[in-house]
Design a protein around this ligand. Structure first.
Ligand code: GLA
Length: 728
């Protein structure tokens, strides 16, 4: 049984194939965390609660209740009553008092996993997933909190989310509703997170955890370029293959906080949820609020196993697009080829040339609507600019299809330009604080998607375009952060709901889009990769990883991204050199190898390429089809990180049956007077015989002794080698 409640021990045990998560009822009312780690088969672990040690439990030692609250390992800690570590929940009553006393009331276990209203979340069939709902109530207000835990039987994951219901007679104000918390003993943990900036998203950072609080967060209204809703605590010896890892990832795209706190007693509290900054949710009698889902995983085999668990979960229980397991069309996007300077003739020229090289879809990027010839205006005016696209969109699409290509289009539906017909008609539709200047970013404002009429209007504009032309793909962009938070439609005591209501509006839009156009291939994007998160993956099977398309810069970006998300999600394109962001020249081959690690495509003017480069495109497009399934569905093993090895980046993707693998290797800078590199592979079968570059080795030799990688002459050189089992 994956979920057990032992009535005698009063302990909940949640089992995945290799892990156990346990918490207990203490003093008949508190929920206390007991254990998370390697799978246990018995329930006799209540002693871990240390109820016999001072300060004991409040029913035994009432005078030191504060001490108990501040030391116990709490399952869902509350603010204001005596636990001074980071709380997960904070509520203010209508009469102005902060505090709550959530007490265990009941529980229920069900097969499968109910949906979270309006939110993206993992899903699970009744045969492979079970859900535990634990209900706690606050007697003074009648507020009930349901802690929901889902357990998967095919992957080592526990998910948590929280629903608060006001069953009392007066409104309450939720000031903080985090989604997950675990307390545990400190083991000199180090924190692994993903940090960056525009054009250098999700670089891995590892720091040791000191006393106090260290957090990763965003209150930009998006998961952000800078910090990422992922946090892992690892024991100091942790590598890709060894060490213990506790990881959390948020299935949400808006404000978040992920935090680790080392307490005076050397316990560590790990929390994740919606950032409380700018958040206050009024819960009127009868209303419910659901906090998004956190995915938890534990690995005792290092970061590599954690990565493969996330990949497996997202491929089998999160991304629901029919495109997940289909070969995605190799696309060519005109952004870096033309920017705003294009017309239908230019696009047709690109499509014609691209179609002869094996490219299968033309994506028309920004600049096709309103008067959009620069980034100064027209967002919100989603009407085709026929002075640019003579004959209209449907005509262009049909012309492109004549080359055997599909057609894709760019939108930025969440935005409104000050210089747009939409803004002139509805100035109150922009998020703003009355009497204050709206902070511009990229000369644009953000639409107030907390308002249903705004969501409806935006939806209709986007859908109308898709209804009237044969469009296979949409790139859904979002190019600025949220500021000056105010909605003309929300009452004063609900303005603190805007950030989250905005996200609910975005999710509703994407949900509706996919309901009306179920075959649409949706790619999310946010000024590159500012919203590359599990929330958006629920709707789109791929996300544009970064505006930085330089092959060398992409190594760190894709390494960090792939630490959590499957390769099949990472938008990666071959672009022109010198690279538009960093001015670097890399070979066409290396650019191809780096892009083949993601959803493959091109972002350059194919009409301007040399004959040799065109030949390489033909080879790359054939290669993509041959290995698409392996890259998209294989197990990922990170072998070298350029940041750690002084210049070489390498990973391996291995088929589930271990009969095929692909080795990616990039030597960043050439170095003098060095030995060849012995690269130890991972994930193969030690007994099987494999062929690599015409030579035969056992898996054991490749993994334990290593493959001899010759020093490559020149900078930015790469290898992409097929490894195949020899069966005859
Ligand atoms: C963002 C995207 C780019 C491109 C531009 C268009 O920056 O990340 O790929 O679509 O917008 O304005």
């Amino acid at each position: 049984m994956p979920i057990i409640y032992d009535e005698t021990e009063k302990i909940f045990m949640l089992h995945t194939p290799n892990t156990t998560y346990a918490f207990a009822v203490v003093d008949d009312c508190y929920l206390a965390h007991v254990y998370y780690g390697k799978r246990l088969h018995d329930t006799g672990i209540r002693y871990l609660l240390r109820e016999e040690e001072p300060p004991f439990v409040p029913s035994v030692n009432r005078r030191e209740k504060n001490s108990f609250l501040d030391q116990a390992w709490m399952e869902y800690p509350e603010s204001g009553m005596g636990d001074y570590r980071e709380s997960a929940f904070c509520m203010r009553t209508a009469d102005g008092f902060r505090g709550s006393e959530l007490r265990f009331a009941s529980y229920g276990i069900e097969a499968g996993k109910p949906r979270l209203a309006g939110l993206p979340a993992t899903w699970g069939a009744e045969e492979t997933c079970s859900t535990l709902n634990v209900y706690c109530t606050d007697a003074r207000t009648g507020v009930e909190v349901c802690l929901a835990y889902s357990v998967f039987e095919d992957v080592d994951v526990v998910t948590r989310s929280v629903t608060v219901e006001n069953r009392g007679n007066e409104s309450v104000y939720l000031e903080k509703v985090l989604s997950a918390c675990i307390d545990m003993e400190n083991r000199d943990y180090e924190m692994v997170g993903l940090f960056g900036s525009w054009a250098r998203e999700r670089h891995v950072q590892r720091l040791s955890l000191g006393y106090g609080r260290q957090n990763i967060s965003s209150f930009k209204g998006e998961s952000s370029h800078q910090e990422h809703p992922f946090l892992a605590l690892v024991t100091p010896e942790t590598t890709q293959t060894t060490g213990e890892v506790y990881a959390m990832n948020f299935v949400y795209s808006g404000n978040f906080i992920a935090q680790a706190e080392r307490s005076q007693f050397d316990s560590v509290r790990m929390t994740m949820g919606i950032h409380p900054e700018g958040f206050c949710w009024k819960l009127a009698p009868g209303e419910q609020f659901t906090a998004p889902e956190v995915v938890l995983t534990y690995s005792d085999e290092g970061l590599g196993k954690m990565t493969r668990t996330f990949h497996e979960l997202y491929r089998t229980h999160l991304i629901r697009s029919p495109w997940l397991r289909r070969e995605r069309p190799i696309l060519i996007n005109n952004w870096e080829a033309t920017y705003f300077d294009f017309d239908e003739k230019k696009l047709i020229e690109i499509a014609k040339e691209a179609s002869q090289l094996g490219i299968e879809m033309l994506v028309m990027d920004d600049g096709w609507f309103g008067n959009r010839n620069t980034d100064e205006g027209s967002l919100g005016d989603w009407e085709v600019n026929e002075s640019k696209l003579a004959g209209g969109l449907a005509c262009l699409v049909e012309d492109v299809k004549k080359f055997g290509m599909k057609f894709g289009i760019w939108f930025e539906p969440e935005m409104i330009s000050p210089d747009s017909k939409l803004f002139r008609k509805h100035p109150d539709w922009a998020i703003q604080i009355p009497g204050r200047d709206i902070t511009q970013s990229r000369a644009q404002y953000v639409l107030d998607l907390s308002r249903q009429e705004v969501v409806d209007r935006v939806y209709e504009m986007v859908a109308e375009i898709l209804r009237n032309a044969d469009i296979s793909y949409v790139k859904w962009d979002m190019n600025r952060q949220l500021t000056t938070m105010g909605s003309a439609a929300l009452p004063a005591d609900r303005q603190g709901e805007l950030y989250h209501r905005y996200m609910l509006g975005v999710y509703q839009l994407q949900e509706r889009l996919l309901a009306e156009f179920p075959e649409l291939l949706l790619e999310n994007c946010s000024g590159g990769g500012a919203r590359f998160d599990a929330g958006m993956l629920y709707y789109s099977p791929q996300i544009w990883c970064s505006d930085d398309t330089d092959a060398v810069e992409r190594l760190a970006i894709q390494e960090g991204t792939a630490m959590v998300y499957p390769l099949s999600c990472m938008g990666a394109h071959v672009s022109a050199c010198p690279n538009h962001i960093v001015g670097r020249n890399t070979s066409f081959e290396t650019r191809g190898h780096v892009a083949l690690a993601g959803t493959f495509g091109y972002e350059l003017d194919v009409t301007k390429l040399s004959a040799e480069e065109k030949e390489l495109i033909k080879e790359q497009t054939v290669f993509y089809h041959r290995y698409h399934a392996l890259v998209a569905e294989g197990d990922y093993y990170r072998l070298l990180s350029a940041g750690e090895t002084g210049g070489a980046d390498s990973f391996l993707v291995v088929s589930k049956d271990k009969s095929r693998a692909l080795l990616f290797y990039v030597q960043v800078l050439a170095r003098a007077n060095r030995k060849n590199r012995l690269l130890r592979l991972q994930g193969l079968s030690p007994e099987k015989m494999y062929r690599v570059c015409g030579k035969c080795y056992t898996g054991a030799v490749l993994m334990y002794a290593g493959l001899n990688i010759k020093l490559l002459q020149g900078d930015f050189k790469s290898l992409l080698w097929e490894i195949e089992e020899i069966t005859e």
